[in-house]
Design a protein around this ligand. Structure first.
Ligand SMILES: [Ca+2]
Ligand SMILES: [Ca+2]
Ligand SMILES: [Ca+2]
Ligand SMILES: [Ca+2]
Length: 415
């Protein structure tokens, strides 16, 4: 595998493996790869941001922007250059002159953005809570591997070419029930210089309990205790190297953690009622202002009460129910009336609104499903190869008989 130089591809890869346990959708603006990155951040005392030039030539970053608040960007002074394979430090002291930015950083953790002179985002680093004397940086310089260090290296290489870090975690079962223990397994990027892997967990708030993860069948493994009451289990992983560097999964834990729910809500009576996996002319999504012939999924509410699907998930993979979470802050968009229908565009364009999933449907066939807020299956279906502009749906609505429709009825009764 080619070494990932920048954070976002790895974050997305991790999220795919983690089944949406982390949250790349907080900020979906694409990052342009310019070879210059935010390399290290220090947020206690005199805050600073270290920039690293991973290129073989020096780069003039005059007119670039650094900020933690889009409404108030700091502009890098004209003529400022970063040497080839070199470093430049911006002091975040609110002085707003020279290499002093117009903002400070919070040690509780936040996101720092870096844009080029054209206003294109070239890097974004969300850092966790870091204690006095610690920094958060890339190991090695310019890589996608982040760790907390007790030995900041302001304006100099971060070193640490072998820093243990977590590549991915799994949970089994993905959707735990009552009285079930849950197994968490972690795959590490590197185990060189590793001193230990720990899991921290808590049920329904309070303080975290820690446990050492042990190697079982080649993977760092821990078992979370079974629960017998309704609630939320939260957990995160910590890996520490003999060089004192610590990294976390999720990377900004405990600000962000992994979690699962146990509850007793009855499942709503929703059905995947119709879908179109190959749309070239059937029906346009014009959310962007132009007609896009995108895949769509129709959901039907067969129950006796309206259902707000905000907070629930749709997916094209039964093994990963947590693929796209419907935003839960727009009930007017996401509530399905009794006997009503709702269209979710499977257009891989979540930036177009709440009803746009971050996946598309395969013409060769795959799964399509809707899942409750805790991941339990409300309804899912596995389909085969699909034809252009011919939908596949239930006849009649909500029943178990499926057929093709030469005249699709998105958002309306199939009958
Ligand atoms: Ca450094
Ligand atoms: Ca679209
Ligand atoms: Ca798909
Ligand atoms: Ca329909």
């Amino acid at each position: 595998m080619k070494r990932l130089k920048f954070a976002q591809p790895l974050v997305i890869a991790c999220c795919l493996l983690l089944f949406a346990s982390c949250d790349p959708l907080d900020d979906t603006r694409p990052v342009t790869d310019e070879g210059i990155v935010i390399n290290e951040i220090y947020a206690s005392g005199e805050d600073w941001v270290e920039v690293y030039n991973n290129l073989e030539t020096s780069v003039n970053i005059g007119g670039y922007f650094i900020y933690d608040n889009e409404a108030s960007k700091y502009t890098v002074p004209a003529g400022t250059t970063v040497p080839a394979k070199g470093f430049l430090v911006f002091v975040c002291n609110d002085l707003a002159t020279g290499l002093n930015t117009n903002f400070k950083l919070t040690s509780a953790g936040e996101t720092v953005y870096f844009e080029n002179a054209a206003g294109k985002l070239i890097d974004r680093v969300e850092f966790p809570a870091i204690s006095a004397g610690q920094s958060y940086g890339r190991y090695p310089d310019g890589s996608s591997n982040f760790a907390i260090s007790g030995t900041p290296t302001r304006g100099a290489t971060n070193g640490g070419s072998q820093t243990p870090a977590i590549l991915s975690t799994t949970r089994e079962p993905i959707v735990p029930g009552f009285n079930e223990t849950v197994t968490i397994r972690a795959t590490l990027v590197s185990t060189l210089g590793l001193t230990g892997v720990k899991i921290y967990y808590r049920f329904n708030g309070g303080s975290y309990t820690s446990a050492t993860m042990t190697i079982q069948s080649g993977l760092y493994t821990a078992t979370l205790p079974a629960q017998t009451v309704v609630g939320k289990m939260e957990y995160y992983l910590e890996v520490e190297g003999s060089n004192g560097l610590k990294s976390y999964e999720p990377a900004t834990a405990p600000n962000k953690v992994l979690s699962y729910l146990l509850n007793t809500d009855p499942l709503p009576q929703l059905f995947i009622n119709e879908f179109l996996a190959v749309n070239t002319s059937c029906c346009a999504d014009n959310s962007s202002g132009t007609n896009e012939f995108d895949d769509w999924i129709e959901i039907y509410n067969a129950g006796a009460t309206p259902v707000n699907i905000g907070g629930m998930y749709v997916s094209d993979n039964k093994a990963n129910p947590f693929k796209y979470q419907i935003p839960n802050d727009q009930p007017s968009l996401t509530t399905i009336p009794v006997g009503g229908f709702l269209i979710i565009w499977a257009d891989n364009q979540p930036e177009q609104g709440a009803l746009h999933a971050d996946f598309a449907l395969s013409s060769a066939g795959e799964d399509v499903g809707i899942y409750y807020i805790d991941g339990r299956t409300i309804n899912d279906y596995t389909f085969g190869a699909q034809s252009e502009n011919v939908s596949w749906g239930r006849t009649t609505n909500g029943t178990s008989t499926w057929k093709s429709f030469n005249t699709p009825t998105p958002g309306q009764s199939n009958n």
